[in-house]
Design a protein around this ligand. Structure first.
Ligand SMILES: O=C(O)[C@H](O)[C@@H](O)[C@H](O)[C@H](O)COP(=O)(O)O
Length: 237
């Protein structure tokens, strides 16, 4: 299959409608996971984009007590920190019906992501695999998950044959040290979504797909060009 045929794009004129549509899709995947194996697993990105999605998803009717929710990546800060993705998930997704879900954080409280790595890997290894759904975001620099341009473990994280599901990441544009699922871990899912908003990200994504100039090095290209998991892009202005 040609890599870009592996990507479908769903464009919305209204971001609330985008959030509602994707929440419905994800809820469907979680119900299927519960039906098929008794439990479901969802990995989500942090950042600011998924707030509306999380609010909608938290109200979906399903047996949330059978759902494990983890993060695609995390900033190495405690969940009391405003930069914490766990904090965002707790405040916006683990609410309403979804408050019964089991949250599996990547941050362990260790000194550094390197020191917490073994425990974070064990937590992710213990989840049901494949994930029922993974929701990625994207930065204006073409990063997704914590696959940052210039990241110290970028090549290892993007290695499709890599065996480690979780890796530390430090990069000039990342702010604090990070921990991230690897590309093979992200792609080990029954459904893969990339949630993007705004004209700038639309243009970054278009450049990444074409791979022209600097965009050739955008890490998000690794998700656009793979054939392991079909990718659905959800965009709104
Ligand atoms: O912790 C993080 O930073 C993320 O998980 C990251 O990959 C995010 O999805 C993008 O940076 C987009 O962030 P925004 O939604 O804030 O633009």
């Amino acid at each position: 299959m040609s890599p870009l045929l592996n990507v479908t794009t769903h464009s919305f004129t209204d971001c609330k409608a985008q959030a509602a549509a994707l929440a419905e899709r994800i809820a469907g995947h979680l119900r299927e996971g519960i039906d098929q194996r008794g439990s479901a697993a969802l990995a989500v990105s942090g950042g600011s984009t998924p707030k509306d999605l999380f609010a909608r998803l938290s109200r979906e009717a399903l047996d949330w007590s059978r759902v494990h929710i983890t993060l695609v990546d995390e900033r190495w800060v405690p969940d009391t920190d405003e930069r914490s993705n766990a904090r965002l998930v707790k405040a916006t997704l683990l609410q309403n019906a979804a408050s019964a879900a089991q949250f599996v954080p990547l941050y362990t409280g260790a000194e550094s992501p390197e020191a917490g790595l073994a425990e974070a890997n064990a937590r992710i290894d213990a989840l049901p695999h494949p994930f029922d759904a993974v929701v990625l975001g994207m930065g204006d620099d073409g990063h997704t998950a914590s696959f940052f341009p210039g990241g110290d473990h970028l090549a290892e994280a993007l290695d499709l044959d890599g065996q480690t599901r979780v890796l530390p990441m430090r990069a000039p544009g990342a702010g604090e040290p990070r921990i991230t699922l690897s590309l093979p871990a992200v792609l080990d899912t029954r459904a893969l979504y990339l949630l993007v908003t705004g004209a700038t990200k639309r243009d970054v994504l278009a450049d990444a797909r074409l791979g022209l100039g600097a965009a050739q090095h955008y890490p998000v290209r690794s998700v656009l060009s793979q054939t392991r998991a079909p990718l659905a892009v959800y965009w709104c202005p």
